[in-house]
Ligand binder design. Structure first.
Ligand code: BES
Ligand code: ZN
Length: 919
């Protein structure tokens, strides 16, 4: 995630491109932990350097002591939890009791389970015939466990472990935490909300907090009168207590993992239920007064739930579905069975004033979490190294469902942008294999990154396109029905797809899952264009301080479009080893490799092949033209193409381009170059950008046409934003300001894409007065989207004083802690004042780390990629040598490498680009 991009579409043009750092040594040889049946395997050390020969799934081995340290013994196995929680919102505390039905497998005198920041007041083990064994509790904070010493050994058989406990509602947005909002009357309202994934259920109640200890849960919440209480299952009773509170009881859930348990208590309103075709009632719970923003998500959710029930051919596994908008939320959304939680901006929306990307994002997120109800909740990875399976698959399904919901959005074209983000990380030496060892809770946190989500989804897309969508779906159906209510390892998925397809799925996929990186496929036309020669070589961005790419090879499902005149045919070949040839029955005029951009590889054409292709680019699909720009920019980062040549290509393509995603990619490349241009060449540079993009804007005109499709509308926004910021186009700036004034004056019916673009343009040239207006608008925003747009735009102001004001705000309640990291990230990317933001981050490091959610710290650090002078980069490296991020070691190394790559690009290209534009 890359959750950063996922949570917050910052929409800036900065694509500082491809990173590359070199801590070099992946932790090969470490063990992943065992799945329930004892399987488990080391990541092969040769998987990272293999030259030739298929990569296979590693062999089972025993776990090491290090891995055992964090794993609970399997001597006591839970099957059911009766859980009662009594949150006191005013005091920010809670008390609870839990009775856990367990099977004692062998005689034990101690029970070990997880608990963190909890006081367990009483522990009793109750036997079948009423035997009561008292337990005394000690804690091991290091491994987040409670050890319950039982007065007498417990014999094998069924027992019930009864515990009462206390804790605090924290403000770190994990476990059972406190969230607040200011209601329409200006009063502060408080909620208690849970966020258990990955390993935070242990902060809410003592439990066997590992994904393969599945159990059923019967939850009861005792709450103050007037509050809404929600949990995973349907409410079955709501009774007054003696002291004037209410006891709300929920039905027993299906068998599921602890990380999916949810509680929400607070002053929320709940919409009427809408029922799906499959009979599932869906509601949205939201802060008071926001019900009018719920219908859009409800409609999408109803669609998605039916879509998935059909696609998986299994009914929704819960008994109801609540979608909850939570004011303070660490991530984007969370797939708790039956009680999915969201950031407000990803659930509550006004379709009249939202942009197409904002709507698309919301549908994506709803679809993603609902896909998890099957893939993740019903069938769950055995241990956290398998989290990629959960997240990659949900990300893939999110695009499939969004594409079905709104075909006009062309979701498989905008997919290109997220694939680019994955390529960028994966082109670094510090990348990692998609599946990667996880031992500690911190390791688990570190797994939620772009490689898990976006590369994972992209390689699944590659497989789906290779096998054909129906064959792929049949394999998934087989996998889900075989493993429902259970846990799996990655190879279970390949086995299921292999059985339904008869294809060597394991062999192909192992090369993508157990090895980091990806190939560049070389393309040459030989023998009078009768033969296409394909080669592969690992693709890597150039870190001036790093090393050469290794000889890793992949099983690459290559697709080629072979063109003759106006016609073309598609050929397929599995490229294994370093080269292969494709014989054509007739000579080709041109070939394009990577049909529909479905393959996770870059393409390098020989000069002749490239020239022939460009002459026929009118015959390429949008995602394929996207690939041409994207591959070219990557080549700049790898020092295989110089920036002037990139610019020349973009000029040529821009002349007749009208696709939104392709333009977004062009804008990304220009934004990156914009940061390199030396001051004396600035005028000439902005003139170049205007000459390149202005004709496109003039072609589509300023005024949205009535029947215009949404992507076209959004293209206007992208062009205005590009011209108004990077292009410094006076007319565009003036028109944007005028439009923004009308927006501030409350005019309705303005085109959302233009309003959003105008906000960016005004910020980019904003004054102190504008800053005040923006900050006021954050407070008075009428939708979550408007609040987000203005919040992040505050970081784009060019003035040093404005930036100082914003930086100070990030340490106060003016910027919610959930947004702090993203605001700081964007401030680091501020073109004029990034170094000032860096100075602030450095000097306030401990305050910032105290305040922001742990997992978001690394999102902030992503902004250092833009600090691409040798001096700043040296400072940054020195700082992080002293201030590591244990929850994101790998991602931090990647950001640092990306920064070094950018230092190299600046050194190579700054003068070249200046010369090219001033000629
Ligand atoms: N399971 C995740 C939420 C999560 C992320 C929990 C990291 C713990 C650690 C959820 O399904 C998810 O992927 N959420 C995304 C949004 C989604 C649409 C991509 C997120 O939170 O960014
Ligand atoms: Zn997910």
């Amino acid at each position: 995630m890359g959750l950063d991009e996922r949570v917050v579409d910052v929409g800036d043009h900065v694509d500082d491109g491809v990173p590359h750092a070199h801590d070099g040594v992946l932790r090969v040889g470490h063990l992943v932990s065992r799945s329930k049946d004892g399987r488990g395997y080391p990541v092969r050390s040769d998987a990272l350097t293999s030259a030739g020969g298929p990569v296979t799934a590693p062999n089972p081995t025993a776990a090491t002591g290090e891995a055992d340290r964090y794993r609970l013994p399997r001597t006591v196995v839970p099957s059911h939890y009766d859980l009662v929680l009594e949150p006191d919102l005013g005091a920010a505390t809670f008390t609870g009791t839990v009775a856990i039905d367990v099977e004692v497998v062998e005689p034990v005198d101690e029970i070990v389970l997880n608990a963190l920041d909890l006081e367990i007041d009483r522990a009793t083990l109750v036997g079948p015939n009423g035997t009561r064994l008292a337990g005394s509790v000690t804690y091991d904070a290091d491994t987040e466990r409670a050890l319950i010493d039982i007065e007498d050994a417990a014999a094998p058989g069924r027992w019930r472990l009864e515990l009462s406990f206390r804790g605090e509602l924290n403000d770190k947005l994990v476990g059972f935490y406190r969230s607040t909002y200011v209601d329409e009357d200006g009063a502060t309202q408080t909620l208690a909300v849970s966020q258990m994934e990955s390993t935070h259920a242990r902060r809410a109640f003592p439990c066997f907090d590992e994904p393969d200890f599945k159990a059923t849960f019967a939850v009861t919440l005792v709450v103050a009168d007037g509050l809404t209480a929600l949990s995973n299952a349907a409410e079955i009773a709501d009774e007054p207590t003696d002291d004037g509170r209410r006891r709300v009881r929920f039905a027993t859930t299906m068998k599921m993992s602890t990380y999916l348990v949810a509680f929400v208590v607070g002053p929320l309103e709940v919409t009427e239920a809408v029922t799906t075709r499959g009979g599932v009632p869906i509601r949205v719970a939201h802060p008071r007064g926001k019900g009018h923003l719920a219908p859009y998500a409800l409609d999408a959710a109803v669609f998605c739930l039916d879509f998935f029930a059909d696609w998986f051919d299994i009914p929704y596994p819960g008994d109801k579905l609540d979608l909850v908008a939570v004011p303070d939320f660490a991530f984007g959304a969370m797939e708790n069975l039956g009680c999915v939680t969201f950031r407000e901006v990803l659930l509550l929306i006004d379709p009249e004033s939202a942009t197409q990307p904002e709507l698309e994002r919301l549908v994506d997120v709803v679809a993603h979490e609902l896909a998890h109800m099957w893939f993740g909740d019903l069938v769950t990875m055995g241990w956290w190294e398998g989290i990629w399976l959960n997240e990659a698959f949900a990300t893939f399904m999110e695009m499939l469902a969004t594409d079905a919901y709104r075909p006009e959005w062309q979701r498989w074209v905008s997919f290109g942008l997220s694939r680019t983000a994955a390529f960028d990380v994966d082109a670094l030496a510090a990348t990692r294999p998609i599946e990667f060892p996880v031992i500690s809770p911190e390791d688990a946190e570190g797994m939620f990154d772009l490689l898990t989500y976006e590369k994972g989804a992209a390689v699944l897309r590659m497989l789906e396109q290779y096998l054909g969508p129906d064959t792929f779906r049949d394999g998934i159906r087989r996998y889900i029905s075989t493993h429902q209510y259970g846990n799996t390892v990655t190879t279970d998925l390949w086995d299921a797809i292999e059985e339904s397809s008869g294809e060597p799925v394991r062999r192909i996929m192992d090369s993508w899952i157990y090895q980091g990186g990806f190939p560049a496929v070389g393309v040459d036309l030989e023998q009078d264009r009768h033969v296409v020669r394909l080669t592969q070589r690992r693709f890597q961005a150039l870190d001036p301080k790093g090393s050469e790419p290794d000889a890793t090879e992949w099983s690459v499902p290559v697709t080629l479009r072979v063109g003759r005149g106006d016609e073309s045919t598609v050929e397929r070949v599995l490229l294994e080893g370093d080269t292969t040839t494709v014989d054509l029955d007739r000579p080709a005029d041109w070939v394009h490799v990577n049909v529909d951009g479905a393959g996770f590889y870059r393409v390098r054409y020989s000069p002749a092949a490239r020239e022939a292709l460009l002459a026929h680019r009118g015959q390429l699909a949008a995602i394929e033209r996207y690939g041409l720009v994207d591959d070219a920019w990557a080549a700049v980062l790898a020092d295989e193409l110089d920036a002037p040549s990139f610019l020349a290509l973009v000029r040529e393509l821009a002349a007749d381009e009208d696709d939104l995603s392709v333009w977004q990619r062009i804008a990304g490349g220009l934004g990156a170059l914009d940061r390199l241009v030396p001051a004396p060449a600035r005028e000439a540079w902005t003139a170049t950008v205007r000459a390149l993009a202005r004709p496109a804007l003039d072609r589509i005109g300023w005024e949205p046409a009535a029947a215009e499709d949404e992507r076209h509308r959004q293209l206007r926004g992208t062009l205005v934003s590009l011209l108004g910021t990077v292009g410094a186009d006076d007319e565009v700036v003036a028109r944007s300001r005028a439009l923004h004034d009308r927006h501030l004056a409350g005019e309705k019916g303005l085109d959302p894409a233009l309003v959003a673009a105008a906000i960016e343009v005004v910020a980019g040239s904003g004054t102190a007065e504008d800053f005040d207006a923006f900050a006021g608008r954050v407070r008075a925003a009428s939708t979550p989207q408007e609040e987000v747009r203005y919040t992040y735009a505050l970081a784009d102001f060019p003035g040093a004083e404005e930036l100082d004001r914003l930086l100070a705000m990030t340490l106060t309640d003016e910027i919610r802690t959930q947004n702090g990291a993203f605001v700081l990230r964007r401030a680091l990317l501020n073109r004029e004042n990034g170094p000032q933001a860096w100075a602030f981050v450095q000097s306030h490091w401990s305050e910032i780390s105290e305040r922001l959610p742990s997992m978001s710290m690394v999102r902030m650090v992503e902004g250092v990629r833009a600090l691409s002078t040798p001096e700043l980069a040296a400072q940054v490296e020195a700082f992080f040598a002293e201030h590591p991020l244990p929850q994101a070691t790998k991602t931090l190394a990647q950001h640092l490498e990306a920064m070094r790559v950018n230092v190299g690009v600046r050194e190579r290209e700054a003068d070249r680009i200046a010369a090219a534009v001033t000629d």
